[in-house]
Design a protein around this ligand. Structure first.
Ligand code: FMN
Length: 189
């Protein structure tokens, strides 16, 4: 497939369908390196990738459960177990984060978050090009300061998304995509 075909054919896989092996070695390096070609106003390099696999996923689940308990102290065991299990859905998670430079003279935080989002999209496309499945997921945990702190971030920083990644058998329906013309117009002034 050429680049346009890869990008156009990319679609997310359900996290629960992703299996071992997750990308390793050169495959993983190439996938993450693709993120470095994201557009980046001011060359701030705001993106930070945190690889979470193996038992670290269990720890992330514990942290998410702690965050739920702090947010909603009345949460019952079922709710806590449910959130604890979330990171275990796939063999690997790449937390795509943005370390925000505050009060930058030219580049507001939103642009730094967009740059990190673009890096994440490059990772999705590269994973797809290499035959792996992936999906970006967030949820309230991505905005939670306890979760951010555990990942080495400050409240000002952002978890843009958790990219769940792994092998996929590629089965499942091919998604119908919208026609670009419905989202495009020519502005004539
Ligand atoms: C930043 C970001 C966060 C997302 N978070 C979630 C999420 O928490 N839950 C979800 O079901 N989809 C989420 N999505 C959407 C999925 O990643 C995915 O795009 C969607 O399921 C459509 O699939 P597609 O990528 O094949 O079009 C998120 C997308 C982005 C860009």
């Amino acid at each position: 497939m050429n680049a346009i075909e890869v990008i156009t054919a990319r679609q997310s896989a359900r996290a629960i369908t992703l299996t071992d092996p997750a990308p390793t070695g050169d495959d993983l390096a190439e996938i993450l390196q693709a993120g470095m070609s994201a557009p980046d106003h001011g060359a701030i390099r705001p993106w930070r990738f945190k690889i979470i696999e193996g038992d670290a996923r269990v720890r992330l689940g514990d942290i998410m459960a702690e965050a739920l308990k702090r947010k909603e102290p009345q949460s019952d065991d079922a709710a806590l177990d449910n959130i604890r299990s979330k990171p275990l859905r796939s063999p690997m998670i790449v937390a795509v984060c943005a370390e925000i430079t505050e009060d930058h003279p030219k580049v507001p935080p939103i642009e730094q978050i967009v740059a990190a989002g673009c890096a994440g999209q490059n990772v999705l496309n590269a994973a797809h090009a290499k035959g792996y499945g992936a999906i970006m997921l967030s949820g309230w945990v991505a905005y939670d300061d306890h979760v951010k702190g555990a990942l080495g971030l400050e409240p000002k920083d952002a978890i843009v998304a958790f990219i769940y990644m792994g092998s996929t058998d590629g089965s499942g329906p091919v998604k119908e995509r919208p026609r670009y013309a419905e989202y495009t117009s020519t502005w004539t002034g």
